[in-house]
Every structure is written in structure tokens, then in C-alpha cells.
Design a protein around this ligand. Sequence first.
Ligand code: URA
Length: 243
Amino acid sequence: MERLQKVIAHAGIASRRKAEEYILAGRVKVNGQVIQQLGTQVSEKDQIEVDNVPIYQEEPVYYLFYKPRGVISAVSDDKNRKVVIDYFPNVTKRIYPVGRLDYDTSGLLLLTNDGNFSQKLTHPKYEVDKVYVAKVKGKAENKQLLPLTRGIRHEGVKMAPAKFNILSNDAKSQTSIVELTIHEGKNHQVKNMLQAVGLPVQKLKREKYGHLTLAGLRPGEYRELNKKEVSQLLELAKKVKKK
Ligand code: URA
């Protein structure tokens, strides 16, 4: 048995707090009856509806996926392009990506059916470090990247301080490989940050998410996270950094 608000959150419908609001507002039914009592215990056999739409209770699952370039971080696409879910033909649970990587970005993407987990990891106030490796145009130099460590503003959007590491410079092709560690997840954040310091990104890969790496996986492959990895991520997410 589980608390009703937890089951709604796990189904990815809303955060636990929002689920409580829905219950109090009379928007939730259990076996056809409106239930406004917070903490009502329900089992897998109970039929739960939010706004008259049934939700399905599933065992939570967590996957670490090596997203290839040229794939959309979504469960479907109206233009019929390849989406990350296409790589999980044998998974029948309703998983979806935790945050997103751009179409042309490769690397580590988490997928789950646990809305609470997803919400925690993508909420701006929870800050899990993510490490990206970018191939950029130009000869990257420390002094050029330094502003990123203090935080910058790009087109009116504030970007929190990042850590960087110049991995290599290639004089012949006039490109460099730069590692950037950020904890936010704003749209095109890494590309925008590097563009802002004059280093346009040609290729981008997410190498790490918290403690997790892509070790042992090739593009298009995935593995399930174990319990310890899931709880470590939630622990990291809890360590809210001061603004
Ligand atoms: N930053 C980007 O610019 N793109 C991504 O896909 C992820 C982070």
C-alpha cells in the first residue's frame, strides 16, 4: 500500500505537493469515489483517476541511455523523426526522458516512469553536476573561458558559474576540445555559454550526470540503474546549492 499523493507523483502526473492540492480540490477519484483525504492508502488494484483520467501504477524503473546524435529527447515526434523511446522496444512501461539533450547532442540521458524522481532532478533548485565535452571552433584559452566560472548573462538569461577544462587544441583544424561542468539545465545552455565567450560549438556530448558515466555503453545502448545509483542521485539532488 502507498499514499495516494505518492502514487500520483510516481505516475508522473504532478509533484507530490501538487498531487496533494489535486486531492484537496476533489480532482482525484479512487475506484470511482472522490477522495479528499490526504494520505489515503491505495494498492495496485485500486483504480485512480485525476480529472477523470485514469492513471496507471507501475513499478518505477530508471535507465541510463547513451543517446546518439540525431535523436529527439521525447517519447514521440510529430515529424516522425527518431525519438529516444525507439531504443527501448522491449520496455512496456511508460518511460520518458529526464530533461533533454538537443537533437544533435549525444551522451548520457536518464529515462524513468517516476515523475517524482524526474521532477527532483530537473527542478532548478536541485543541482546535480553534469559534465559536457564540446568540440569548439577556435583556439580555446583560459582567459577566454574565465567569465564562465563567475557566471554570465546570455540574451538576458543568467547562467550560473561553471567549471571548465581545456582538454586539447588542434592548430591544424583550428578547433579545441573543452570540458564544461554545469548544474543547470537551461535550453542550449552549453552551446550558449561557449558561444558567448567566442567558441561556437561544433559537437557536444554529455559525459557525466552526477556520479554516472557512459562506461560500458555504446551509442544507442542503455542499462538499468541499480537502487544505489538511484538513491545517490536523489541524495545529490537534495544538496541544494546556495544562490
Ligand atoms: N547544453 C546544450 O547546449 N545542449 C544540450 O543538449 C545540453 C546542454
